[in-house]
Design a protein around this ligand. Structure first.
Ligand code: ZN
Length: 154
């Protein structure tokens, strides 16, 4: 392929929003739509798309080096961009969770494990970054593969 020139130009306005969600290909289009049309972010947000999404911020004891790197990226973005709003999204059938030992969570039920992690991250953020607003969401699909993004209560 030769050069490619997207129709979208450089986005100049500042953002104070960071989105953290999983890298799972099955959800990218619907999450993009949720962020831009559901939350009206107009493509103006920082994004960390990594396996397990926000779960990386809970691994202090189980995978300390992994956790350290995640927090390092996170702090960099919070400080460099004066972030004020975090959007953390977990999703149904997350492959990353299948690799985690059961003892890390209070429940064996996948969604409960993920919601527990979202709340853990929110608590940890409240301590280190009390000025941040943190929103928690869970994306799942129905029998016709339609995706719904639900708010997770804190
Ligand atoms: Zn995932």
């Amino acid at each position: 392929m030769g050069n490619f020139q997207p129709t979208s130009a450089l986005s100049r306005p500042d953002t104070d929003v960071l989105v953290v969600h999983c890298s799972d290909h099955r959800f990218q289009a619907s999450l993009h739509e949720f962020l831009n049309q559901g939350l009206n972010l107009h493509d103006n947000y920082d994004l960390l798309a990594i396996p397990g999404g926000p779960q990386c911020l809970t691994l202090v004891e189980y995978l300390p080096k992994f956790s350290w790197a995640s927090w390092k990226w996170f702090r960099f973005l919070v400080d460099a961009h004066s972030l004020g709003r975090m959007i953390l999204i977990a999703h149904q059938d997350c492959g990353w969770y299948k690799t985690l030992p059961m003892h890390l969570h209070a429940s064996a039920e996948p969604r409960e494990r993920q919601e527990q992690d979202l709340r853990r991250v929110k608590q940890a953020l409240k301590k280190d970054f009390p000025e941040l607003t943190v929103e928690l969401y869970y994306a799942g699909w129905d029998t016709s593969d339609r995706i719904t993004v639900e708010t997770v209560s804190p």
